[in-house]
Structure formats: structure tokens, C-alpha cells
Design a protein around this ligand. Structure first.
Ligand code: GTP
Ligand code: MG
Length: 300
């Protein structure tokens, strides 16, 4: 089988596992275009050049920018990526690429989670990834399971549709979100394997994983606010009101039992929670109304 229609982009910062990944891809998909988008030192780049791949020296910063820059310099009808740090199996890349190649999807992703936690992923990342994927699926009505996967592929047209978008810090989710916003809704995933990072190599994103997680979550809340403010403000507001009501009932029970109103502080907090919750729901309704109007005006 010929693979000339496929381009694979590998993002690297001093990633020692990349050389083996390049060899595997060449063996598994002979003829495919391999582009390495790199932000390493001279020594590493020298070794990369010996691999006879297309080396692009990254001008921008960050993972999302790296992939955008890498994809822009490809030619294939299908563009794909795999994190070349030894945590993914190139055979899985072939399977994911085939989903797009066979016309089964506009975009396909590897799913490391398979509904449960893999040992290679720490608890915090796994929980964050799971929650983000669930919120994202609900808001955007897509059924993927691993929004931060390091293996994905898409049709060239899907990439062209988003090639002008300014990347934001959301990892793979940035691509999923923008591709679906651009009208390529057929986004699917399939189970893949995931291994711990090889000993002696360090994560490039993990140094700031908490910050990264916060960045991604911030983005989710913003996009939920823009897409369905009623959902996000409604849920937050309802939870606050519920908490306030429970606290209020406890204060009242205490008053009925003792005959004196001692828990004034608690009563005030309960009142505040209910008020803020109510305001949040009202804000959701108003933002939702504004969004409906904006959408109508867009359509005119
Ligand atoms: N060119 C480029 N590559 C990057 C950048 N940030 C991360 N990478 C590469 O992108 C891939 C994914 O980054 P990782 O550090 O493995 O992130 P991760 O998979 O979330 O973290 P681990 O679970 O620790 O592997 C790796 O091959 C990195 O070398 C960047 O700013 N530029
Ligand atoms: Mg990794």
C-alpha cells in the first residue's frame, strides 16, 4: 500500500524517543511525508537531519503552535500527528490515520483512556482529562473520550479550514474544537495503547502541568460560556442555591430546637449563596438571550 497521501507531523523538544518513532513510521507507512517540527538545540537537530525527514525549525512557541506550523508545511491529503516521546505506539497511528483515509471520519483520535485510567497517566491528569472530555462532549455534542490525545489525524480540508486560527493553550482539544466549529462534525476515536515515559526523559508539558490544566479548564469554561451560557451559569447557580438552601435549613432546624437564633454567620452565608446562585442563573438567562440575538444577527 502506498502512503504518499499521508503527512505525519512530529513535535519535538530534545525527544530521544523520536528517532525510533521515525524508523517505525517509515517501516509502517512507506512513502508518507514525515515532518519534524522542532525546538531543540543544534546537536539534536544534527541527528534529526541524518534521519532524512523534513525538519522545520519552530519559530513560534508552544505545542499547539508547533503542530499548526508543522501541518502548514505538509502536502498530504491527510495530516496526522503522534507524540514521539515513546509513550505511543506508531501502529496505533496507522489505525487512526486509516479511519480518515477510509472516509469514516473527518478527524480521528486515539483514545488512551478506554473508559478507565491507564497506569501510565497520573491521577491528576487522568481526572482532568476525563472531566474536560465530558464537559466538552456535552457542550459540543461530540462523543470522544480523550480530548488530550497525542495521536490524531484529519482530512486536509479540515486543517485548511482552521489554518488561520490563532492557537490557544488547549492541546489536542484546540484542534478538535476548531475543526468541529469549522463544520467538520464527524469526529471519532478508537482505543490505543499508552506507555509511561521512558526512563531518563522528561515531560515538556509536565513542568507546568497544573498551569496547563488551568489553561485548558479556563478555555472550556470560556467556550461553554460562549456556546451555552445557560448550561454553565445555570449549573453553577443551581449548585450555589442548593448549598445555600441546605445551610439555611440547618440554621432553621437549630433555631427550632434551641428557640434562639445563634447561627447568624451561617444564616448570612446561606443568604449570600442563594443570592449569588440566583444571580448566576439570571446571568445565564441574559447571556443566553444575547447569544440567541447575536446568532440571529449573524444569520441575517
Ligand atoms: N516543537 C515543540 N514540541 C513540543 C512543545 N511542547 C511539547 N512538545 C513535544 O510534544 C510532545 C508532547 O509533549 P509531552 O511533554 O510529551 O507532553 P505530555 O505527553 O502531555 O506529557 P507526558 O505524559 O509527560 O509525556 C513531545 O514530543 C514534546 O517533545 C513545543 O513547544 N514545541
Ligand atoms: Mg508525552
Amino acid at each position: 500500500m502506498k502512503w504518499n497521501d499521508v503527512s505525519v507531523v512530529l513535535p519535538t523538544i530534545e525527544e530521544s524517543g523520536a528517532f525510533a518513532v521515525i524508523d517505525s513510521i517509515k517501516a509502517l507507512m512507506p512513502g508518507c511525508e514525515i515532518v519534524v517540527i522542532d525546538r531543540s538545540g543544534a546537536e539534536y537537530r544534527k541527528k534529526l537531519r541524518e534521519k532524512r525527514i523534513k525538519l522545520v525549525e519552530q519559530q513560534s512557541k508552544g505545542y499547539e503552535n508547533a503542530l499548526m506550523e508543522g501541518f502548514r508545511s505538509t502536502k498530504g491529503k491527510i495530516v496526522a500527528t503522534i507524540d514521539p516521546d515513546g509513550t505511543y505506539d506508531p501502529e496505533d497511528l496507522v489505525k487512526v490515520v486509516n479511519l480518515v483515509r477510509q472516509g469514516k471520519a473527518d478527524m480521528a483520535l486515539g483514545n488512551r483512556l478506554n473508559g478507565k485510567r491507564t497506569r501510565a497517566m497520573n491521577k491528576y491528569i487522568s481526572f482532568g482529562n476525563n472531566s474536560i472530555t465530558k464537559i466538552y462532549n456535552t457542550v459540543h455534542k461530540i462523543g470522544i473520550h480523550d480530548a488530550l490525545s497525542g495521536i490524531f489525524a484529519m482530512k486536509r480540508e479540515a486543517f485548511e479550514a482552521i489554518s488561520g486560527v490563532l492557537p490557544y493553550r488547549a492541546g489536542t482539544l484546540f484542534f478538535v474544537l476548531e475543526v468541529s466549529k469549522a463544520g467538520f462534525k464527524n469526529i471519532t476515536d478508537m482505543p490505543i495503547k499508552y506507555y509511561p515515559r521512558p526512563n531518563g526523559t522528561e515531560s515538556k508539558l509536565a513542568k507546568s502541568k497544573l498551569l496547563y490544566g488551568l489553561g485548558v479548564s479556563g478555555h472550556i469554561v470560556r467556550s461553554a460560556r460562549d456556546y451555552s451560557p445557560l448550561l454553565i451559569f445555570g449549573v453553577i447557580g443551581t449548585l450555589l442555591m442548593l448549598a445555600g438552601l441546605i445551610l439555611g435549613v440547618l440554621v432553621i432546624i437549630n433555631y427550632l430546637n434551641t428557640g434562639v437564633l445563634t447561627e447568624i454567620g451561617r444564616a448570612l452565608i446561606a443568604f449570600m449563596l442563594v443570592t449569588i446562585g440566583f444571580l448566576s442563573v439570571i446571568s445565564g438567562l441574559i447571556l443566553d438571550l444575547l447569544l440567541q440575538i447575536a446568532r440571529k444577527m449573524d444569520g441575517l
